[in-house]
Design a protein around this ligand. Structure first.
Ligand code: SF4
Length: 236
């Protein structure tokens, strides 16, 4: 089921049933930025292969976060996935293990995906910032501004059909800078033929169990959309 949206966000189209066909969407993505306020020329347009992008990101020292983290945690999962989940940034466990979403919040995400019958190995998971902020503080706006160029490139190369924003920061980067989870969760948006939805970050569920029910409602929508996407032929 889809929800028609009032025109809350200037950048976003309300989801239309007849959104762009996959092939057309792919061409549009290749020519324009996807994330609001990201400049195409700053999002590594010269790189078109994931491996090359990953290697370049490992060398990144474009913000202060790299000086305090152990490693760049770029992303993990199926590079041809129709579904990308985006969180905020790596935490301590992620920084040690070199993978996103492996700590307590990640383990909860695994359970949610399992309940929704979405195998984790089928999806791609990343964060807005790729280096752990010290003491798990929120990434600063200037850090987000620089690092989201990597995210833009990841989306351009992986070409998902569905993006799930986990928490406010991912929602603000992907959907609208003023987005709050309570306002936008559980609704589908569409940009360049990609369906986008926001829900609570699993870490928020660990702090507040009352978020579990709405999160599950959101994941039922995500499950249905993902199953529908899987029935579509792959992008050419
Ligand atoms: S957080 Fe992002 S921009 Fe900053 S150093 Fe790490 S990879 Fe580069």
């Amino acid at each position: 089921m889809t929800t028609e949206q009032p025109n809350l966000f200037g950048e976003m189209e309300a989801l239309k049933e007849n959104h762009l066909p996959d092939k057309e969407a792919k061409e549009v993505i290749a020519l324009t930025n996807f994330l609001p306020l990201v400049k195409v020329e700053e999002a590594y347009p010269e790189i078109n292969e994931y491996e090359e992008l990953w290697r370049a990101a490992q060398q990144c020292e474009k913000c202060r976060l790299r000086s305090t983290c152990r490693q760049v945690i770029f992303g993990t999962g199926n590079l041809h996935s129709k579904l990308i989940l985006i969180g905020e940034g790596p935490g301590k466990d992620e920084d040690i293990q070199g993978q996103p979403f492996v700590g307590r919040a990640g383990q909860l995400l695994d359970k949610i995906l399992q309940a929704a019958e979405i195998p984790r190995h089928e999806v791609y998971i990343s964060n807005v910032v790729k280096c752990r902020p010290p003491e798990n503080r929120l990434p600063n706006p200037d850090e987000v501004k620089i690092c989201k160029n990597w995210l833009e490139a990841q989306i351009r190369i992986i070409k998902p059909q569905i993006i799930v924003c986990l928490g406010a920061m991912a929602s603000q980067v992907v959907i609208d800078p003023k987005a709050t989870i309570s306002k936008i969760r559980g609704r589908w948006f569409s940009r360049q033929g990609i369906k986008i939805i926001a829900t609570f970050h699993p870490a928020a569920l660990l702090r507040n169990v009352s978020y579990k029910k709405p999160t599950w409602e959101d994941f039922k929508l995500i499950r249905d959309a993902y199953n529908e996407a899987k029935r579509c032929p792959p992008l050419l």
